[in-house]
Design a protein around this ligand. Sequence first.
Ligand code: EPZ
Length: 419
Amino acid sequence: MARLVITGGKRLSGKVSIGGRKNSAVAVMPATLLCQEPCTLENIPDIEDVQVYRSILKAMGVPISHTSEGRYTIDGGAYVPDGPPPHDLVKKMRASYYLLGALLGRYGRAEVALPGGCDIGQRPIDQHLKGFRALGAECEVEGGTVRALAPSGLRGANIYLDVVSVGATINIMLAAALAQGTTVIENAAKEPHIVDLANFINAAGGRVTGAGTDVIRVVGAEALYGCNHAIIFDEIQAATYMIAAVATRGDVVVENVIPKHLDPISAKLQETGAQVLENGDSIRVIMDGRAKAANIKTLPYPGFPTDAQQPMSALLSVAEGTSYVSETIWEGRFKHFEELRRMGTDVRIEGRTAIIEGVEELTGASVRATDLRAGAALIVAGLLAHGDTEITGIEHIDRGYEHTTENLQALGAQLRRVE
Ligand code: EPZ
């Protein structure tokens, strides 16, 4: 199994260009199945989850091609429904369940295995099913498979989400895009990748308004057609490099970002004492001296993103003072602390709050990534620790971070990937 070996203590400095957003790519790729003509997608990141999606669509018989620069052509118009997508691939990630909304929206029926994804909590899909049922579909979950059927087609509906859910908001948008009439999603998620998907659907001839607010209106279209769409940058990759810059007391510019989307990260890093300078589509993060403690409460956008909680916890492990980290989204998203403790993190967990007593320094150790963002936390810890850190389980990291080793080496980190 591959592993990363990091020799800590090197200041990161220089520039890193941020690629397309994982959580947008894995929504827009299945969305092309709503379209009757080929779509071209730009800025699709070279990560494991995208490779899995590529394999799923190929296995379904959907014509798909891509270039090394992340330009994809996917011809949903040429797809002829012929049985469920391969269960073994569907289980490799969470976002495969967007195939439900896309196939139900286009063909009035869908059969997809329950998804996989990071082990960070229960991850129910009740709000997705609530939305599909409101649109007129009969849904059942049996034998590890979700079946949805709308024999007389889907009709627009008003849906109030009981909990702000990115996945349910996206899946309902996909199913509603071609429904008869108008759908209103209330208490919708407002993440930038929800807006990105709405922009894609509208570019293909759809009529989605309100994305980015908590009320999204989808007027069902007769049909959706081919379009060109470049997906937005990966906010969490950018956040991870910004946190690593502060953790190593460095000076790093993250490029190809929309600074506004990173406001929660920038504000929190400034609280720790970092300088954060926005300049058009880049942000420069400079840190001299030891970080100060800060409190984190993860919330849906525009709150502090839960996906950045884990790498931020690594930084707070060596901050001066006590930090309180409250994880309100996922009840199982503290597993990285078991590994950080091996490196010297002093933390006690009380329910959904981790109380971190900052220590002077962490010491390199052999640690294991248990999920994607836990892996990011261990990389940040390895970069700031004294001595060598060996990280196994990096297949989790490969799911959502592209060119990690090359990017960090270019910023001055001393690390190598050992296959
Ligand atoms: C998406 O997961 C992301 N994954 C997650 O990122 C991210 O942590 C999460 O949104 C929150 O931002 C993808 O986009 C592929 P939710 P998702 O539905 O859609 C509850 C990463 O690291 N809920 O917004 O599964 C749920 O339990 C991954 O890139 C229900 O109760 O998250 C949670 O407490 C990890 N019923 C809360 O809502 C439902 O039907 C938010 O979940 C759905 C969700």
